[in-house]
Design a protein around this ligand. Structure first.
Ligand SMILES: [Mg+2]
Length: 193
């Protein structure tokens, strides 16, 4: 029997396209903010580590740029088609993002502009407890911490490959994928669509 059609999806790095390490919206904005081309020195999820910059500089950069970055984020290829296909097939689509709640309206507007259909939008950094509460049995995520927490709650994770999550090993609950074409194939297999 297929599991209940309830899935969770992260936004940044999953629905949005951040594919290129030194050529993405965050990197471009940081170079712009600093006024010079900076190179990433470490494959870290955290900007201060990744760029070897003081946290105060990163926090000031984020404070001044994050709303613009969210508002102008690029949609990942195939994301809309797959999400809307699932929505039309009767899936509950719970978007769970670590973005601060103050960005909810901005995020809803962006999703509307992109034509993405969803059941709920949730701003929550620690995703596993909420995912359990909602009965989510499959989660599309790129964050390492949340992936391991979800998997330990027996929720399957399609882990979107990123330089900052390469240390995560696949197991029965964690499947590494590289794009939405692969995500769709896996989802169709899991739910026998
Ligand atoms: Mg993410």
């Amino acid at each position: 029997m297929s599991p209940k059609k309830i899935i969770g999806i992260d936004i940044d790095g999953v629905i949005t396209d951040e594919t290129h390490i030194n050529d993405n919206i965050w990197h471009d904005a940081l170079c712009n903010y600093l006024g010079y081309e900076i190179e990433r020195v470490k494959d870290s999820y955290y900007f201060d580590e990744a760029y070897n910059l003081p946290l105060e500089i990163i926090n000031d950069f984020l404070e001044k740029n994050i709303a613009t970055i969210y508002a102008n984020a690029k949609l990942a290829a195939g994301a809309r088609e797959t999400i809307n296909y699932l929505y039309d097939k009767g899936f509950e689509i719970h978007l769970i993002t670590a973005r601060e709640p103050e960005f909810e309206t901005l995020t809803r507007n962006w999703l509307d502009k992109q034509g993405i259909l969803y059941t709920s939008l949730n701003h929550e950094e620690d995703k596993a407890p909420l995912a359990v509460k909602k009965g989510i049995n499959l989660f599309l995520e790129d964050n390492a911490y949340n992936t391991e927490a979800l998997a330990s709650c027996n929720i399957s994770v399609l882990l979107f490959d990123k330089f900052h999550n390469r240390h995560i090993r696949e197991n029965k609950n964690i499947i590494r994928i590289y794009d939405w074409t692969e995500a769709r194939k896996m989802i169709e297999k899991i739910y026998s669509l």
